[in-house]
Design a protein around this ligand. Structure first.
Ligand code: PNS
Length: 167
């Protein structure tokens, strides 16, 4: 049994993320979902506290899974949480190219290994960016995200400017 770190922006967490979390827990026993402040993506849709809260609700039925918030590097979050290694989900070959480079960098910089898990094929098209975009313009994302996230998006965008046609 190992403790693994699953880092991400989770802005917001979607069902593809949840599948990776469940898969990792099944394989390794303990999963720390690390909501990272990503300086490259500072203008997130949800505040980091909201992301953490939603993620906690979404994984509350899973024993061995915790959610924490971290600034800085993923390898620092791994060290801070006592995680044995990092887990990442792969949707596409494009994901692999980016993640492989990051995995090598994290190993060379801090000796932290990364394990890749393929995502569920029927969720391979899901991304937080598309979820945000569809929800912003009033589209339905209820089949792509946990209930708590769907509710938060509905509350955020119900009757908002984004839903109105331009005059
Ligand atoms: O959900 P995302 O946006 O794909 O997550 C990307 C994330 C936050 C996991 C990645 O950008 C990351 O690890 N950021 C922390 C900064 C870091 O460790 N950078 C060094 C990478 S070699």
């Amino acid at each position: 049994m190992s403790r693994v770190l699953y880092p991400g922006s989770f802005d917001p967490l979607h069902l593809g993320h949840l599948d990776v979390i469940e898969h990792a827990r099944e394989l390794f026993g303990e999963v720390v979902v690390a909501v990272l402040h990503n300086h490259a993506k500072d203008s997130g849709m949800f505040h980091v506290d909201e992301r953490v809260e939603m993620a906690r609700t979404a994984v509350s039925h899973l024993s061995g899974v915790s959610v924490s918030e971290h600034a800085g590097l993923a390898v620092q979050a791994a060290e801070a949480t006592g995680s044995d290694f990092v887990v990442k989900g792969l949707r596409t070959p494009g994901d692999f190219e980016i993640e492989q480079q990051m995995a090598h960098m994290n190993h060379s910089a801090a000796g932290v290994r990364t394990v890749f898990l393929p995502c569920r094929p029927d969720l391979a098209f899901v991304s937080s960016r598309f979820v945000r975009e569809i929800a912003k313009y009033g589209g339905d994302v209820a089949h792509l995200v946990p209930r708590v996230v769907a509710d938060a998006l509905a509350e955020r965008f119900d009757g908002s400017e984004q839903n109105r046609a331009p005059r």
